[in-house]
Ligand binder design. Structure first.
Ligand SMILES: [Zn+2]
Length: 263
């Protein structure tokens, strides 16, 4: 087992514990996200019979509406992204088009002095985060997990415009069938191709404490929403919709949380 896997093992256990124990996690889908908390796992006694309870009782849930964001009066951590080309695995998670980084990938997010490796990135249609109730056509989430199991997600809004060549590679290599992966293409992708063209050593962002936007809706996820969008073409959005459409959780209450803006 390589060092990256060892470092992120606690988080992987958390994220996939049900899969790796006696029974598969109960099925969920996007038909009724408001009822995720009530999905019952008959293989376990109460309260473990409600593995997605946090989706209902959590007070720091994601996604949110960014309209309430305010400029931070105190300086926030400098946010830097250092990615690079990787021989990736194209994965259809059953809920999203996803790209998994290789075990020896060295791409990271730096939040102040903290470094979090990039584990995977995936796409939602339309966006999960909204601004004043307005969705973007799509959104990409970069999921970083450090050795302590801390999760930081960088989100980038996707607008329609110029075609994204790397996104075309993702679309053309992702399996059509859910829960299948395409690991042996040898194709290299640099996730930086999905970032806006600004200074990646000192990114402009909104941040707040939130959760995974899919069951089990685990909290303690720090979100960094980049201020600038990227673009894909209209034809790419149409091809993308052939995989999943409306794979989006509804906007959650802030419950007193602040959304801070760093510039
Ligand atoms: Zn996501």
């Amino acid at each position: 087992m390589n060092s990256k896997i060892l470092r992120i093992l606690p988080a992987l256990f958390f994220l996939f514990y049900v899969t790796n124990t006696t029974s598969a996690p109960p099925h969920w889908n996007y038909d009724d996200p408001a009822a995720w908390w009530a999905i019952v796992d008959p293989a376990h006694p109460a309260p473990l019979s409600y593995p997605y309870a946090e989706c209902g009782v959590g007070q720091h849930q994601s996604p949110v509406d960014l309209a309430a964001a305010k400029f931070s009066s105190k300086p926030l951590n400098q946010l830097a992204i250092i990615y690079g080309a990787d021989t990736v695995t194209f994965y259809n998670s059953g809920h999203a088009v996803q790209v998994n980084t290789s075990n020896d990938y060295s791409g990271v997010l730096k939040v102040g002095e903290e470094t979090l490796p990039l584990i995977q990135f995936h796409f939602h249609e339309p966006s999960e985060h909204v601004v004043g109730g307005r969705h973007f056509p799509a959104e990409v989430h970069f999921v970083h997990i450090n050795e302590d199991g801390r999760i930081a997600v960088v989100a980038v809004a996707i607008e329609l415009g110029e075609e994204n060549t790397a996104f075309q590679t993702v679309l053309d290599n992702t399996p059509v069938v859910g829960r299948e992966s395409n690991a042996d293409t040898g194709i290299q992708i640099d996730p930086v191709e999905f970032l806006p063209k600004q200074d990646h050593d000192n990114l402009e962002y909104y941040t707040l404490a939130g959760s995974l936007t899919t069951p089990p809706c685990r909290e303690g996820v720090q979100w960094y929403l980049l201020a600038d969008p990227i673009t894909i073409s209209e034809a790419q959005l149409e091809q993308f919709k052939g995989f999943y459409t409306n794979n989006v959780r509804f906007v959650q209450d802030l419950n007193g949380r602040s959304i801070l803006f760093n510039k």
